[in-house]
Design a protein around this ligand. Structure first.
Ligand code: FES
Length: 81
């Protein structure tokens, strides 16, 4: 079975070495809640997403891992992280 993580409960496949952002873009997902993937180098914070069991992460810098559960960042998370 292809490696995948979950975005809003839906499986998103990824290839080894891909970031979360690359896999989301590959699946046609560009809007991440409050922001979108813009710089791709960790500078704009537009790609912040919520990861179950962890603080918000930058999708463009974070390697995809099998079984991760991700979702758009809630307003209160973005304001306090
Ligand atoms: S796209 Fe700019 S920080 Fe990730």
């Amino acid at each position: 079975m292809t490696a995948h993580f979950y975005w809003n409960g839906e499986p998103v496949p990824f290839r080894p070495g891909e970031t979360i952002a690359a896999a989301l873009l590959g699946a046609g997902i560009v809007h991440l809640g409050r922001g979108r993937i813009f710089c791709g180098i960790g500078a704009c914070q537009g790609c912040l997403v919520a990861m179950t069991g962890a603080a918000a992460v930058e999708a463009c810098l974070t390697p995809a891992r099998n079984g991760l559960r991700l979702s758009p960042l809630a307003e209160e998370q973005a304001d306090h992280d």
